[in-house]
Design a binder for this molecule. Structure first.
Ligand SMILES: C[S@@+](CC[C@H](N)C(=O)[O-])C[C@H]1O[C@@H](n2cnc3c(N)ncnc32)[C@H](O)[C@@H]1O
Length: 381
């Protein structure tokens, strides 16, 4: 809560001591001082830190914790020497013990569902949104299969500073798989992927965490429960990761329409799913495709939009199509919350949530949500 303190203007570069309160989306913790709300990076909730103001706007002040005066439990020595104030902007949580990273992300998810999705505290407790560890990377390192190295105008290669185009020269990244962890490995990342014995050679989008595709497929199938003979849509389908396994579940008497705007992804998908005649790829923008024809409502739908979410207009269109089950895969909890609010206002209930720590050391995570038509919103029992 903002204090009743009179508001004083703060300036970039200014330093002050604050005690932080709660986690916020984006890798920040909240603090209040001088009648202003501060978004503090490199801190934990409940710490007393000296912060340096980095950016001031009318609504918020951004600041970096530059000295920890009273640390909170769960603070650790960052494994990467380039993380921290003024350093590489790729990681937000190098100073946070891994299980605490996941607890903080779970709090962010609950808060987003309540604040943006309109879910009550009782309903949130009924869903118990908990961000879970993914298999294979117990130290939260080496999970990344693609690194986007940056190069500045002087030719320096490295990674970008937080909210900046400046390049921090680094000679390796601990999040990346060892064979692609250095700037010499330009055009890093392999385009060959295998999930449940199915192979993809991808030109377009593919999940960057090595074991996330398997976890997402399992969650989508478990929550969506596709049955033989059913008709499904896979919207924002990429190269058809979900379409492939939906197709196997519905069989040749069912059908899957995979809608994706990237031609490269559609071509990859058609190649990899060539043995599944029940799948039809449609190269189109989802919002245009949905209004272009009089589509018969499918039995279920998977939707996996980019970070900005589906948006109000598309969600309204989809929820009016009469689809019984929607499995929503989200990389941004706030966008998910906003879209859930639209779905709920059109008669859907949010009946299940799975969340995965697909980006350890950063504030990001991945969520799978089940929206069901005419269902009852579960409450804590
Ligand atoms: C988060 S990715 C999901 C891909 C896929 N479901 C997967 O897990 O591999 C989002 C996908 O949406 C595609 N996309 C972005 N905007 C789109 C639009 N307006 N219509 C259709 N596809 C779009 C991107 O090319 C990308 O492949």
């Amino acid at each position: 809560m903002p204090t009743g303190e009179p508001r004083r203007e703060l300036s970039p570069g200014e330093e002050l001591c604050v005690t932080t309160t709660v986690i916020a989306h984006g890798g920040h913790v909240i603090a209040h001082a001088e009648g202003r709300t501060l978004l503090v990076r490199h801190a934990l909730p409940g710490e007393t830190v000296r912060v340096k103001v980095t950016d001031v706007s009318r609504r918020v002040v951004r600041a970096d914790a530059v000295e920890v005066l009273e640390p909170a439990e769960g603070r650790v020595e960052p494994p990467c020497r380039w993380s921290g104030p003024g350093g590489c902007g790729g990681c937000d949580f190098q100073h946070v013990e891994l299980s605490l990273q996941r607890r903080l992300k779970s709090e962010v998810l609950t808060d987003a569902l309540m604040r943006f999705g309109g879910i009550s505290a009782e309903e949130a407790a009924g869903l118990s949104p908990e961000v879970k560890e993914l298999e294979g990377f117990p130290e939260g390192l080496r999970w990344m299969r693609r690194v986007r190295w940056a190069r500045d105008k002087d030719g320096a290669v490295g990674l970008r500073r937080h909210r900046s185009h400046d390049v921090i020269e680094v000679d390796h990244c601990l999040l990346a798989r060892e064979d692609i962890d250095h700037p010499g490995a330009v055009r890093a990342g392999h385009d060959h992927h295998v999930v449940r014995d199915r192979e993809w050679r991808v030109g377009g989008f593919w999940q960057v965490h090595a074991t996330l595709p398997e976890a997402l497929v399992a969650a989508v199938l478990d929550l969506g429960r596709p049955q033989p003979g059913e008709r499904w849509w896979d919207l924002f389908a990429g190269a058809g990761l979900f379409a492939a396994f939906l197709a196997e579940a519905v069989g040749t008497h069912g059908s899957v329409v995979a809608v994706e705007s990237s031609g490269d992804s559609v071509r990859s998908g058609r190649r990899s799913l060539g043995d599944l005649p029940q799948v039809r790829f449609q190269e189109a923008a989802v919002a245009e495709w949905i209004v272009a024809d009089d589509h018969e409502a499918p039995d279920g739908m998977v939707i996996d939009p980019p970070r900005s979410g589906a948006g109000e207009a598309l969600m309204a269109e989809l929820t009016q199509a009469g689809i019984p089950r929607m499995v929503y895969v989200a990389c941004d909890p706030v966008a998910l919350g906003r879209d859930v609010r639209v779905a709920r206002s059109h008669g859907y209930a949010l009946t299940a949530i799975r969340a995965f720590d697909a980006f350890p050391m950063t504030h990001h995570f991945e969520t799978v949500a089940l929206l069901e038509r005419d269902a009852v919103q579960p409450l804590m029992t």
